[in-house]
Design a protein around this ligand. Structure first.
Ligand code: COA
Length: 243
C-alpha cells in the first residue's frame, strides 16, 4: 500500500541524462572490484569527486517505501544490491534480520521499472549504560538508533537521494523511540563522511578495526546525531515538497 509520504515523493522527480536511463537497473551495478570505495582510496581530496551529472528533459520518478515484514522475497534483491554497492560482506542473518520489528528498511525504486535504486537500513537497540536516574540511581533505559547501510546506484548519485533516505530513516528511528542516532563510516570514505557531516552527524571516536573487508581490518569513524540537531534539517513535509 502506498502511503501519503510515498505519493509525495513519487510525484516529484529526479533528472537524469537520457543516455543513463537504461542503466538504472540492478544489472548496471558495479562489481566489488570496481567498488567506488576502492577507487576513492586513490583520491586524497574531495576535489577529485565527480561533479553532478548533466541534466536533460528526461525524468525518472522514484518511489520510496518501507520494507514490510512479509516481504521476504525482497531479501535476495537487497543482498545483491548490498553486494554490488558495499565492500563489506554481510552474513545471511543480516538480511534475515531486515524483516524484524526493530529494523527499518527504506527502499527507493524507479517507479517505471521497479528497479531498486537506493536503500537505507537502520535498527533500534537498547543501550544498557543509560544515564543514572537522579532519584533512584537506577540506569535509565535509552535506545540507540543505528544506521546500518545507505547506498544509491551510481547513476542517481549527487541528486539528493541518499540525503532524503538518511533524513527519512533518522526521523523514523526517533519516532520509534531512539534517543540518538549513530553510525560508523570507514575512515577511508570521504564521500560518505561528507554526507553525514553535512547532515550534522558529529564525529565522536574512532572504532579501531571495526570493518573486516577481504581479510583486512579497517577503522571507522563513529558518528552521532542528536535529536536537537533535527532543527537544522528541513521538516519531513518540506523534504517531500522539495525533493
Ligand atoms: C555515499 C552515497 C550514499 C551518497 O549518495 P548520493 O545520493 O549521491 O548523496 P547525496 O546526493 O544526497 O549527497 C549529499 C551530500 O553528500 C556529499 N557527497 C555525495 N557525493 C559526494 C562526492 N562524490 N564527493 C564529495 N561529496 C559527496 C556532499 O556533501 C553532498 O551534498 P552536495 O551534493 O550538496 O554537495 C553514494 O555515493 C553511495 O551509495 N556510495 C556507495 C555506498 C557507500 O559508500 N555508502 C555509505 C557508507 S554506508
Amino acid at each position: 500500500m502506498i502511503n501519503q509520504e510515498e505519493r509525495r515523493w513519487s510525484s516529484s522527480a529526479i533528472l537524469l541524462p537520457r543516455s543513463k536511463m537504461s542503466s538504472s537497473s540492478p544489472s548496471a551495478l558495479p562489481s566489488l572490484s570496481q567498488h567506488p570505495q576502492y577507487q576513492r582510496k586513490q583520491s586524497t581530496s574531495l576535489s577529485n569527486a565527480p561533479s553532478k551529472p548533466p541534466t536533460s528533459a528526461a525524468t525518472i520518478h522514484i518511489d520510496v517505501h518501507q520494507l514490510l515484514p512479509n516481504q521476504a522475497e525482497c531479501l535476495r534483491e537487497l543482498q545483491s544490491f548490498h553486494e554490488a554497492l558495499f565492500p563489506v560482506r554481510y552474513a545471511e542473518h543480516f538480511y534475515a534480520d531486515l524483516l524484524k520489528s526493530h529494523v527499518i528498511v527504506l527502499l527507493a525504486r524507479n517507479k517505471a521499472t521497479q528497479a531498486l535504486v537506493g536503500v537505507c537500513t537502520g535498527r533500534l537497540t537498547p543501550l544498557t549504560q543509560g544515564a543514572p536516574n537522579n532519584s533512584t540511581q537506577e540506569q535509565v533505559p535509552s535506545i540507540s538508533g543505528y544506521i546500518m547501510t545507505l547506498g544509491v546506484i551510481p547513476d542517481l548519485r549527487r541528486q539528493g537521494l541518499a540525503s532524503y533516505l538518511l533524513r527519512k530513516l533518522t526521523r523514523r528511528l526517533f519516532r520509534r523511540g531512539a534517543d540518538l542516532v549513530e553510525l560508523d563510516v570507514i575512515t577511508s570514505d570521504p564521500v560518505a563522511l561528507n554526507l553525514y557531516l553535512k547532515h550534522q552527524f558529529e564525529m565522536r571516536f574512532i572504532n579501531e578495526r571495526y570493518y573486516f573487508i577481504q581479510g583486512q581490518h579497517y577503522d571507522s569513524f563513529h558518528l552521532v546525531f542528536e535529536r536537537s540537531s533535527l532543527t537544522y534539517w528541513p521538516t519531513a513535509a518540506q523534504d517531500d515538497e522539495v525533493e
